[in-house]
Ligand binder design. Structure first.
Ligand code: C2E
Ligand code: CA
Ligand code: CA
Ligand code: CA
Length: 275
């Protein structure tokens, strides 16, 4: 029996259909996910690297998909971005995260991920301003996390939005730095306040000298531009020690706290790294 290309092609087509169907299903389910109360936020602590005190939390979206359990954002966010429902989801996340954070003790901050698709909206800054007013969250307690992918769409629009947010007092974080299209000029051109080192580097720190050099270079770059650097994905004590030695300002990762629906129970938690 010959394993002809034709049979393979048919099998492949069937698989494609399957994947397309699964995608369409997610797409249509996502449109109702908010009204059906299937979306919630998890909060992961971000700590001061030296004192170990929690300085704030990052809001991470979760989808409790009927029949599937908790669905990972890496699975559904790309689909939501393609179908456009990320706009509605992202708005909900901002609203929810800000109203939650407004009840937290001062000066805890809240970091919210904003999709490149949301940055194409002409009125994103105004929407965020309204949400801040409605929730009465002080603008300087909100951090907007943006990836470089957003900067490559309509640079002028993104620049205008970021400048407006900046003038409100909102902080802008360059997320996942070191991956994808990382360009040093973006850091200088756009009004960023902080750099977040991608966790792929953190994972390699212990065994890969090059990873450590990259992290050192990013931290040095941050210093020279007046931007503190936060390292995400810190899973081991050795990784934490290395990034603190390299001058990182803040740390985030499973070692220090996993994303949790109830951040308030951790408010009292302090880790003393110096002891
Ligand atoms: P991200 O913004 O880079 O978020 C950090 C991701 O790393 C989170 O995954 C977090 O759970 C995970 N993480 C944190 N510490 C560790 C660690 O020590 N080890 C490992 N292995 N992972 C760690 P999550 O929650 O699955 O989110 C994945 C991505 O989905 C996020 O990456 C972000 O790009 C996106 N995302 C999540 N929530 C939202 C949202 O509300 N809006 C938008 N636009 N994107 C979101
Ligand atoms: Ca992030
Ligand atoms: Ca990140
Ligand atoms: Ca990421």
């Amino acid at each position: 029996v010959k394993h002809g290309g034709r049979g393979k092609a048919c099998f492949f087509d069937a698989e494609m259909d399957e994947a397309t169907r699964a995608r369409r299903l997610i797409e249509s389910e996502l449109r109702h996910a908010i009204t059906r109360h299937q979306i919630h936020l998890s909060y992961q602590p971000i700590l001061d690297a030296h004192s170990g005190v929690i300085s704030g939390y990052e809001a991470l979206m979760r989808w409790n998909r009927p029949g599937h359990g908790i669905c990972e954002p890496d699975v559904f966010i790309p689909i939501a971005e393609e179908s456009g429902s990320i706009v509605q989801l992202g708005e909900w996340v901002l609203q929810q995260a800000c109203s939650e954070a407004a009840r937290w003790p001062h000066p805890l901050t809240i970091a919210v991920n904003v999709s490149p698709v949301q940055f194409m909206l002409p009125n994103l800054a105004e929407r965020i301003e309204t949400i801040l007013e409605e929730t009465r969250l002080a603008p300087d307690r909100l951090e907007i996390e943006i990836t470089e992918a957003a900067l490559f769409r309509d640079r002028d629009r993104v620049m205008t939005t970021l400048q407006r947010l900046r003038s409100l007092g909102v902080h802008i974080v360059m997320d996942d730095f070191g991956t994808g299209y990382s360009s040093l000029s973006n850091l200088r051109t756009f009004p960023f306040d902080k750099i977040k080192v991608d966790r792929s580097f953190t994972g390699m720190l212990e065994h890969d000298a090059a990873a450590r050099s990259i992290v050192r270079a990013i931290i040095g770059l941050g210093h020279s531009l007046g931007m503190p650097v936060v390292t995400e994905g810190v899973e081991t004590e050795t990784q934490r020690r290395i990034v603190v030695e390299e001058g990182c300002a803040q740390v985030q990762g499973f070692l220090l706290g996993k994303p949790d629906i109830e951040p308030s129970i951790k408010f009292a938690a302090r880790r003393n790294f110096l002891s």
